[in-house]
Design a protein. Structure first.
Length: 107
């Protein structure tokens, strides 16, 4: 199972963990396929379970349940500035039928 987390996303996750008192708690990332084929994502700090895949990117522990592994394999989680100046997490996921690869690598 390979889910990539960029350095910028890891920094934002760490800042969020610190501001909410969740330091040391893994970030759970989940995905499910909608009826139109697109992928819906969820994230939150959560304890790990025995059957979770566990990954560490830039010092951030990520856990993924078996039900989300296939959809997240090959995906990248990034934290980007949007056209309107706001910033948010985005998933770049080749498992999503609307995925368009970026012109340059962000990992």
């Amino acid at each position: 199972m390979t889910l990539v987390v960029t350095k910028k996303a890891a920094q934002q996750i760490q800042a969020s963990a610190e501001s909410t008192g969740q330091q040391g708690v893994p970030l759970r990332v989940a995905a499910k396929r909608r009826t139109d084929g697109t992928v819906e994502y969820a994230m939150g700090f959560d304890e790990s379970h025995a059957d979770d895949a566990q990954i560490n990117w830039h010092g951030i522990n990520i856990v993924v349940a078996p039900t989300s592994r296939e959809l997240l394999t090959g995906a990248t989680l990034d934290y980007v500035e949007l056209d309107d100046g706001s910033q948010e997490f985005i998933f770049m996921n080749p498992n999503d039928p609307h995925y368009v690869p970026p012109k340059n690598s962000l990992a």
